[in-house]
Design a binder for this molecule. Structure first.
Ligand code: IMP
Ligand code: MG
Length: 179
């Protein structure tokens, strides 16, 4: 697996202190309120595990299985939703956690669906990574771990064809593996 990585962008030594700072920012913003964290599976699983343990807030956790990729390194343009308990989100502050903000389609779809169907008190988003690129969809994240260049990355939850999620760092995948 390590041989498939072009270079390491962010290791745990970089990621964990940044999550500490993000968690402090989030905890300050919601101080005195209760939160529902909506973890987008599968990509956010490791980000969520590390961030949640640093949040100093009463919160509930809900997980949503979502996918916009069907095999490759380009979004398919449609988002497939798994089961979502909309009733449990009514009147709650919802913080959506996603691994990476790329085209913005995923975050826009989920924000739209929540606003239309769940009547939440608020909806915000925190992403571990945000790609530096023009976005086709008007979705923005309220909390961003790291800005990265527009390259395909894996590890720390992010996958290519379902693999590499367990790498303890974020790295650029060798282009010859998918080009
Ligand atoms: P968006 O809907 O285009 O913003 O893409 C968001 C989703 O695409 C993320 O939740 C990831 O699952 C996936 N994605 C986007 N860029 C990458 C990448 O560089 N590596 C792995 N997955 C990615
Ligand atoms: Mg994903």
């Amino acid at each position: 697996m390590l041989g498939d990585i072009e270079r390491i962008l962010l290791d745990e030594g970089a990621i964990l202190p940044r999550l500490e700072a993000m968690a402090a920012e989030i905890s300050a913003l919601y101080e005195g309120e209760e939160l529902t964290v909506l973890c987008i599976l599968n990509g956010s699983i490791i980000f969520a595990a590390d961030l949640l343990r640093r949040l100093n807030l009463p919160l509930q956790l809900q997980c949503l299985h979502l996918s916009s990729y069907h095999g490759g390194t380009q979004s398919s343009g449609t988002v497939t939703f798994g089961a979502l308990d909309l009733a449990a989100l009514r009147g709650r502050h919802v913080l959506v956690l996603d691994d990476i903000l790329d085209s913005g389609l995923t975050l826009q779809s989920i924000a739209q669906r929540l606003q239309q169907e769940a009547a939440p008190k608020s909806v915000r988003a925190a992403v571990l990574l945000q790609k530096r690129r023009k976005r086709a969809h008007a979705a923005a994240a309220d909390f961003v771990g790291f800005e990265i260049e527009d390259e395909f990355v894996v590890g720390y939850g992010l996958d290519y064809q379902g693999r590499y999620r367990n790498l303890p760092f974020i790295g650029v995948l060798k282009r010859e593996l998918y080009a």
